[in-house]
Design a protein around this ligand. Structure first.
Ligand code: ATP
Ligand code: MG
Length: 481
């Protein structure tokens, strides 16, 4: 969401023993955790692995080989077929056991008097069964992806390039481990000032849509009767952080959602910390559910983010699109194809994404969601071409509001939220406009022009290099430690 700078990288202060990596087991667990372990993930070491560990399925893999689409009229499906108002859903999972593995990510347990202090009790990790004080593990309609099954959607050159870019750039477990280590230490330090403070890693670091260079978004949740002024809290933290040896360059940004930005000392890892902006925790777990609902979602979104960044339309602080807005735009496109690649998870599983759900159990919300199979078996390249064409040609910016909550484009009403706004993208929980940063006509025109130009070029060349420098981006990302 915010601009990144490219500072020289250096050694992590942790490797100098400022606080050594914990000898804890490689799994962190919300429920059997210390207070420090709010986020959970698989961190086996520095090898390249998906960011999350999925419990092996006791049932046959739900990743079916691409089916021959059951088209009744026998015509070939066009990738750009979509209906902005009608979404057909396919629930093709006929498995009697629709629950197929859960991510190792669980709700943090509410703070209780006598809780162990950070880092002191991380034992007894149970990957299969719920703890006594929790409901069963959360479930995301996801499947462990493997490169080989992804390649079934990448038989053509363009799709293959997308997979290559995704594989080189996606966040790795070591990246997440580093963020988590810093979060753990920060939570301990923050609790010296705010004893009830609990720090959540949010955004792309946690939703499955991160790249190696993604920043780490943090939300400090301060519960209690007293309503805390975020600027005041962040000022207190800023003073605290100046005393911490592993943090540098703290900067208070007084935006609509104020944040404290800082870096891990001597590295390029940037953090954005907000206070009590808990919608970011809710939407992180919603996006995560979408990210893993189909193998194609994560590569598709990563490529779109890279494309937008390269073409300078991915910077909310400069009046263009935030990454979050871009992600919602991609999901909307995939939901509104004639053969949708995605459903509306909020509509189908309202209880899992209840906006009033206690924040502690939000990570458990997506449990029990069955896997989703789409009849749409378009390749990655077809989807990318379709996405660009949709926003270049079909989408009515002046008349429509993107709503992934409803899996359709809503007619733009005259309400304050949408009136006179160039781009309208509904936040799925708060229902406000996440694209409000685009408030200058010139920026709006530049964004539309980019869709038109890239759509035209890519349609002609079918080569990802024609719209972004693939090799340069891969080199840049893979040079990160
Ligand atoms: P990147 O990999 O580029 O950092 P990101 O997914 O972290 O992408 P950002 O735009 O940086 O995306 O936003 C970080 C997180 O903050 C989002 O994932 C979302 O959870 C939350 N967020 C951002 N903008 C909004 C908004 N307008 N309303 C609610 N939540 C938002
Ligand atoms: Mg981010």
């Amino acid at each position: 969401m915010y601009p990144r700078s490219a500072a020289p990288r250096g050694r992590s202060p942790y490797s100098n023993g400022l606080y050594p990596p914990s000898p804890a087991p490689p799994y962190y667990d919300y429920n059997h955790q210390s207070m420090a372990a709010v986020n959970s993930f698989y961190a086996p070491g520095l090898e390249r692995l998906p960011a999350y560990e999925w419990k092996p399925s006791p049932f046959p893999s739900p990743v079916l080989p691409p089916r021959t689409p059951t088209m009744t009229n026998g015509r070939k499906r066009q990738n750009d077929e979509y209906s902005p108002h009608v979404v057909k859903r396919q629930r093709l999972d006929s498995s009697p056991h629709p629950i197929i593995g859960s991510p190792v990510i669980q709700a943090p347990r509410p703070h209780r008097p006598g809780d162990a202090v950070a880092g002191s009790s991380r034992s007894s990790f149970d990957r299969s069964y719920p703890s006594s004080h929790s409901s069963p593990h959360p479930q995301v309609p996801a499947v462990p992806e493997s490169s080989s099954s992804l390649r079934t959607y990448a038989k053509d050159k363009l799709s293959g390039q997308m997979v290559d870019l995704f594989e080189a750039c996606q966040q790795q477990s070591s990246d997440l481990a580093r963020k988590e280590m810093c979060r753990t230490q920060l939570q301990q330090d923050i609790q010296r000032v705010y004893a009830v403070g609990r720090l959540y890693l949010t955004g792309s670091s946690m939703n499955g849509l991160g790249c190696r260079s993604s920043d780490a978004d943090l939300c400090l949740v301060l519960k209690g009767n007293k309503r805390q002024d975020p600027i005041h809290v962040l000022s207190v933290l800023q003073r605290l952080f100046k005393t911490l040896s592993y943090i540098e360059r703290t900067q208070l940004i007084r935006a609509k959602v104020p944040i404290l930005r800082f870096r891990e000392k001597g590295s390029d890892l940037e953090f954005d910390l907000n206070v009590n902006n808990t919608v970011g925790i809710r939407n992180t777990f919603l996006l995560r559910s979408y990210a893993y609902a189909d193998l194609r979602i994560r590569p598709m979104i990563l490529v779109v983010k890279k494309w937008a960044r390269h073409n300078q339309i991915n910077d909310a602080s400069k009046g263009t699109l935030s990454s979050y807005t871009l992600v919602l735009m991609v999901l909307h496109y995939l939901q509104t194809l004639k053969e949708p690649v995605l459903p509306s998870l909020q509509r189908d599983y309202p209880e899992c994404f209840n906006p009033l759900m206690d924040i502690d159990i939000v990570p458990e919300g997506p449990k029990h969601i069955p896997s989703y199979f789409s009849r749409n078996q378009s390749s990655l390249g077809e989807l990318l071409l379709g996405f660009l064409k949709y926003y270049a040609t079909y989408f009515r910016w002046d008349k429509q509001v993107i709503s992934i909550r409803e899996a359709r484009a809503l007619p733009k009403s005259n309400s304050q939220e949408w009136r006179n706004k160039f781009i309208c993208v509904e936040e799925p929980f708060e229902r406000n406009n996440v694209a409000r940063a685009v408030h200058e006509k010139i920026k709006f025109e530049a964004i539309k022009a980019q869709f038109v130009e890239s759509s035209r070029i890519l349609q002609q060349r079918k080569d990802l290099n024609s719209i972004l420098p693939v090799r340069t981006i891969i080199n840049k990302e893979s040079s990160r430690r």
